[in-house]
Ligand binder design. Sequence first.
Ligand code: FMN
Length: 265
Amino acid sequence: MNKDCVIVYESIYNGNTEKLARSMAHTLGCHLIKPKEALNTDLSQYKAIGFGSGIYFGCHHPSILEVVNKLDRTEQHVFIFSSRGAPVLRNYHEPLKKALIEKRKKVVSEFSVRGYDETGPWVIIGGGNVGKPNEKDLKKATKFLHKSFPQYCMPDYYQNVTTRLPVKENFVHKYTHIVNEKPVILTGDLVTINHNACLGCGKCKEICPLKVIELIDHKAVPVNELDCTLCRLCEINCHERAISLHYSWIDAIKVAIRHGKRKSL
Ligand SMILES: Cc1cc2nc3c(=O)[nH]c(=O)nc-3n(C[C@H](O)[C@H](O)[C@H](O)COP(=O)(O)O)c2cc1C
């Protein structure tokens, strides 16, 4: 878990901002809290904080501003995010930005997506921004964080493995990667598990529909990688961000070939 960052968010309408906030928290590997909890948390302990909500009447939710107004004047990196109904952002972030600057926070970057909206004129056409934020928006959010907050994003050590091996039936590759003179143990290629981060909670094992993961010596191990359908449930639900999937279009085709004739789970 990334203890350097936290995200404070509110999402009162369609859960649009919640979807975005969850994805961002996943990229950073950090906690996600609501304003009520934030008011009872010492936010000065974090090096970086994300603040976001839907846009309601031209600005963020008042509870986000309430949290910011109660911050102390510690210098911290912050980012602002939102989901909105309007096609363009206009100056919707300005009140929050102003409040953060008054508290001596360094607003590093801002991000906004369009979110499903059925208020006002949108109701005539059955709602605007249908399906948003979608996967494409969430990928943009990930890119945004990697660009503006690279030092706070969860690293994917598998990218540094130079001697990757092809996935084999009933065999899991184990790699040792050295980070700051300490070994980081990784198992698996398609489904890679960082054993330094894994707490052995077993959530990934429980959630995987294809039973790809087993717990061995209190660590998750992808014992059956070739069965992985790339659904990403394990990756998304790992609070420690210990799991990352690595695949090419060939692997995606192989999923269809392997499971094409299946009639049930
Ligand atoms: C009461 C209300 C007021 C809104 N005002 C605005 C607005 O001023 N500008 C805008 O772009 N969208 C506005 N919207 C649309 C929301 O910002 C948009 O649907 C957003 O994605 C909602 O986020 P949420 O589902 O996380 O609450 C408003 C929505 C509601 C319910």
